[in-house]
Design a protein around this ligand. Structure first.
Ligand code: ZN
Length: 189
């Protein structure tokens, strides 16, 4: 398994609709293995393929187990290929984060319970209901596959503010990286 690089906003793939999976082959299995490892390593609850620069309609997500909202040894990692939401019930407002927007958290209104139809890595179709955090996660990840990010679910004003503060954080990180590189060059002399 290989850790893949997670792309950050405003990478163009995050704004594009991903393509349906047609070949359920070894290449897809490798992608899913890598995505699982990358998601766990980054401590994310979900990871869409376009977040690792692959334009396919697949994502991995963590479904909390007995620990309810806590991610622990009872949690399960689920892989969803060509997912669709076929039923929705209730509403939930949840503070979401995103591996492509590190440092940003925003409350988004979603359905509290969803019924999803998807294929596994062998192409076998499944139907399953998800609630609470898992329901939020599935809607967040499915949005990614349609080129929509969680900030697109905010009001225009909130979105602008969040994008601006994210850009400031990105710039600060870049500045720190440059300073680190300069310090490394100085100490190498
Ligand atoms: Zn995300």
């Amino acid at each position: 398994m290989t850790l893949r690089t997670i792309v950050e906003f405003p990478h163009p793939l995050l704004k594009q609709r991903c393509e349906e999976v047609v070949d359920f082959d070894a290449e897809l299995a490798t992608l899913l293995n890598d995505m699982r490892e990358t998601m766990v390593e980054a401590e994310g609850l979900g990871l869409a393929a376009n977040q690792v620069a692959v334009g396919l309609r697949v994502f991995t997500m963590v479904v909390p187990g007995d620990g309810e909202d806590e991610v622990d040894e009872t949690s399960e990692i689920v892989e969803l290929c060509n997912p669709r939401i076929v039923g929705r019930r209730g509403e939930i407002r949840f503070e979401e984060g995103c591996l492509s927007f590190p440092g940003i958290n925003e409350a988004v209104l979603r359905s509290a319970e969803v019924d999803a139809v998807f294929q596994d890595r062998d192409g076998i179709e499944h139907r399953r209901s998800f609630t609470d955090v898992a329901a939020v996660c599935i809607q967040h990840e499915l949005d990614h596959l349609d080129g929509v990010t969680f900030l697109d679910r905010l009001s225009p004003l909130k979105r602008r503010l969040a994008q601006r503060s994210f850009k400031r954080m990105q710039d600060a990180r870049r500045f720190d990286d440059i300073e680190d590189q300069r310090a490394a060059v100085r100490s190498a002399r």
